[in-house]
Each structure stands twice: as structure tokens, then as C-alpha cells.
Design a protein around this ligand. Structure first.
Ligand code: ARG
Length: 458
């Protein structure tokens, strides 16, 4: 408080120890929520005015003071006091310096419902921002996929990191678009659950004053209101939900990162990274390193750590508010910032990288990659698949062991012949037009569906 006292000084004789202040104070990290805190205070005092707990002139003075506080923090002229324990204390302390009426701000409110409200508001706006950033990454991947489809570029599809069947580059890139679309869906679901107003729960049991939580919810734009004050001040499920949703995003970005690391290696040589999105080596002049992709891979660990750490913090907490819950904010902010920065950097990297379509094609054009097509050829003639598989496997083995050309073996085989041998020609691997498959028609309709979904995100 302005007089150097804690909020609870009336009850205590001595001053708080330095160690307590350092451990207890959350201002260093929760000042980031000042807009949300002030928005909550505005809605709360307007409600107090509506229900007759504040006079019109008191309300006006408090609202003006809150405007000043917000402007000072935004402009960087706000003077933080050594005794400001957290953002709630700091805002109220400064507002009370501006107008004595602000001593009434906290009527019918506790920092317990106040902080839960702030964290919910932050969660909603962070999700909106993250959906925008992930939408931009999907859009970038999709544009590159659409272009790859027009150019007819293809590469080996892999299982077990062994070449399996050729697939269009568009199909491969679009797989990441679907992953990220699910991430957006998960974030929106998380948003829906966070969208509950908790102001009015008080410290834990509501209030004897005629406050109106529904009015506050409406003023803040929340979709619904808490039903149980004990639950309202102690619930941080929505934080865990967000940390989980962001962990899954992190896992997806990590997989994409690993793919780019592989593709950028000399062994694959499928992509060349733009200078602006790669780094060099201080010692080895020939190197161009995919640091962004590696960090995308590495950051997943930190996101998972934030999730498991915060779940462990909550485990075993009795009702209702406990100071342990102050540990919600740092992982929350860190996970949001980590995903945002990583996704933006990856978008720039993918936007500017050059696909080496010749290397991709050369790796995909092995006749062995069409082995499944040969088996399907026999299946179309009525041969049971298991039998077809064994016929083709025999030819592949013969070719590998004796060094015989697979195309000639196929052409000479009585059940296969020249029609089947044509399936082994380079660039033919595109007959898989079943729904969601790698064939060009199926991929085209998939790209159209994605384009529509991306359009709906805006
Ligand atoms: N800084 C606290 C937090 O982040 C605010 C709530 C404090 N409540 C209390 N009863 N001490 O959780």
C-alpha cells in the first residue's frame, strides 16, 4: 500500500520479511495482466453503481482514476511501489492515490475472485491471438501445398523412416495443416470452458452485499456465470486445458521441425532454407543450420514441462483458494509466448524455403516404391491380396539378389506383363485416389476443403 503497509497490516504487528516478499510477490510476472485487471475493476464498480453501493460521483471518480492508471502503465510512466505485492494491489493503490473514492473498489470483491477473473480474461485473449498465429501457419503450409500440387512435385512417403510409396508434396504438407486445424479446434474448446465469469465469488463464499455477478459477467462479455463460489475461486482447469492444448501444438510443431531438419540435411537435400531463417557455424564455413526447426523440436519439452508442473501444483490442493494457485501464471504466459514465437518463426521459415523437387523426385522414383501398385494390379485381376503380395515380394527379392532389372522381370512375368511394368515408370505413383488418399484428384479435393476451413478462420 502507499504507506508501505501490506494489505493485511491491521491484523499484524511487525513488517513482512524480505524473504516473504520475494517469494510471495507476483508483481514481476502478473503486471502483464494489468489491462484485464482494470477491465475487471471497471465492470465491478459499474455494477456497484448499478446496485446502489456507489454514488454516481464516486463511480465517475473511480472510473476516471482507472483510466489514468491504465494510461500510466501503458505509457510506462506508472511508478511501481516497493510494496506493490501484485497487479491488483498496485492498481488499487494508485487509483486510491488519485481519488479517495477508490478505497471502495474492493467492496464485495476479493483478490481471489479478482485474480481468477483476470487469468480467465487473459486466457481468452491469448487463445484468440494463438488461433490467429496458427491460422497463418496453416495458410502458409497450404499455399505451399497448393503450389506443389500445381507443379506436380512428389517425394517418397515414409513409414519407419523407410521409403514406402511416392506421395505428392502437397499431400505431405497438408497432413500438417490437418494437425494444426485440430489444434485450433482444441484451443477453441478450451476457450469455451474458460469463458465463465467468476467475479462475485468473493474470497470463497460470495457476499452479503447486494452485488450482481450476472451484471458483471455481461459487462465483461463472458458467456456464463459461476454456479459455486468455492469452485469459482479455486478452479484453474482452464489453465491446465490451455497448457495441454499448447503441449499438443508443441508436439506438432516439434514433428514439423524434425521433418525440416531431416529435409535440410545433405542426406535428404529436399529443402534449402533461406538465409534469413537459418544460421551459420562459427567454425565450419560450409554449414547452414536449421536452428528454428531444431528449436521448434526442442520447445516441446518446455511446453510439456509447464503442463505437468502445473498439474502437479494443483494435485492435492484442498478447497478453495491456496497461494499455490499463484503458480498458474508463469507457465501460462510462458507456454503462450513459446508457441506464438515458434509458430511465427516456423511460418517465416516455411514461407521462404526452397523445395528441391529434383532430389525429392529422384528419391521417390525407385521402381521398388511401386511394389504396392503391382500387387494392386494383380488384385484388380482377381488375385487375393496376400497371394499378390507374395508374388511381388518374390520379384523384388529376385531383383535385389541377382541385380536383375525389376521392370524387365515384371514385363516378362506371365500374370503381370508390359501393362504392369508401366506402373513402375517414374512419376507414376498417383493412382491412389480413394478418399483422403495421395492421388491427385483426392489431394485436390482435400486442398479445397482445407482452403475453405482456413477461410472460415478469418
Ligand atoms: N497474487 C495472487 C495470485 O496470483 C492474488 C490472489 C491473492 N489472494 C490471497 N488470498 N492472498 O494468486
Amino acid at each position: 500500500m502507499a504507506d508501505g503497509k501490506t494489505l493485511w497490516h491491521g491484523r499484524f504487528e511487525g513488517d513482512a520479511s524480505q524473504a516473504l516478499r520475494e517469494l510471495n510477490d507476483s508483481l514481476p510476472f502478473d503486471r502483464r495482466m494489468y489491462r484485464e485487471d482494470i477491465a475487471g475493476s471497471r465492470a465491478h464498480v459499474e455494477m456497484l453503481g448499478d446496485v446502489g453501493l456507489l454514488e454516481a460521483d464516486e463511480l465517475r471518480d473511480i472510473l476516471e482514476a482507472l483510466d489514468v492508471v491504465e494510461a500510466e502503465i501503458t505509457e510506462g510512466t506508472f511508478e511501481w511501489a516497493e510494496d506493490d505485492e501484485d497487479i491488483h494491489t498496485a492498481v488499487e493503490r494508485r487509483a486510491t492515490e488519485i481519488t479517495p473514492s477508490a478505497a471502495k473498489i474492493h467492496t464485495g470483491r476479493s483478490r481471489n475472485d479478482q485474480v481468477a477473473n483476470d487469468v480467465r480474461l487473459v486466457t481468452l485473449s491469448e487463445i484468440d491471438s494463438l488461433v490467429g498465429v496458427l491460422g497463418a501457419l496453416i495458410d502458409c503450409l497450404l499455399r505451399r501445398a497448393e503450389n506443389a500440387h500445381e507443379n506436380g512435385w512428389y517425394l517418397p512417403g515414409y513409414t519407419h523412416l523407410q521409403r514406402a510409396q511416392p506421395v505428392g508434396l502437397a499431400h505431405h504438407l497438408a497432413a500438417y495443416c490437418w494437425m494444426l486445424m485440430r489444434d485450433i479446434d482444441r484451443l477453441q474448446e478450451t476457450r469455451r470452458r474458460a469463458d465463465v465469469s467468476v467475479l462475485g465469488a468473493g474470497a470463497l463464499a460470495g457476499s452479503a452485499l447486494p452485488i450482481d455477478p450476472h451484471l458483471v459477467a455481461e459487462k465483461l462479455g463472458f458467456s456464463s456465470v459461476f454456479n459455486n463460489s468455492l469452485d469459482a475461486v479455486s478452479d484453474r482447469d482452464f489453465v491446465a486445458d490451455l497448457l495441454y492444448s499448447l503441449s499438443v501444438v508443441g508436439v506438432h510443431l516439434s514433428r514439423l521441425g524434425e521433418e525440416i531438419c531431416l529435409w535440410a540435411s545433405s542426406e535428404f537435400n529436399f529443402v534449402e532454407l533461406d538465409d534469413a531463417f537459418s544460421t551459420g557455424s562459427s567454425m565450419m564455413p560450409q554449414k547452414k543450420n536449421p536452428d528454428i526447426a531444431e528449436l521448434a523440436r526442442g520447445k516441446a519439452g518446455r511446453l510439456l514441462g509447464n503442463l505437468t508442473g502445473f498439474l502437479a501444483t494443483q494435485k492435492g490442493l484442498p478447497l478453495t483458494y491456496n497461494k499455490d494457485l499463484q503458480e498458474d501464471k508463469e507457465p501460462l504466459f510462458d507456454s503462450c509466448d513459446t508457441v506464438r514465437l515458434t509458430a511465427v518463426a516456423l511460418t517465416g521459415m516455411i514461407e521462404t524455403l526452397k523445395f528441391n523437387s529434383t532430389s525429392m523426385k529422384d528419391s521417390a522414383d525407385s521402381p521398388y516404391a511401386a511394389a504396392t501398385d503391382l500387387a494392386d494390379f494383380l488384385v484388380e485381376k482377381g488375385v487375393p491380396f496376400r497371394m499378390a503380395h507374395s508374388v511381388i515380394a518374390g520379384l523384388v527379392r529376385e531383383s535385389l539378389e541377382n541385380g536383375d532389372d525389376l521392370v524387365s522381370l515384371v514385363a516378362a512375368h506371365e500374370d503381370l506383363g508390359p501393362d504392369a511394368a508401366e506402373l513402375l515408370a517414374p512419376g507414376v505413383g498417383s493412382r491412389r485416389d480413394s478418399h483422403g488418399g495421395a492421388g491427385p484428384e483426392a489431394v485436390l479435393s482435400q486442398l479445397k476443403a482445407l482452403r475453405e476451413l482456413v477461410g472460415n478462420l478469418q
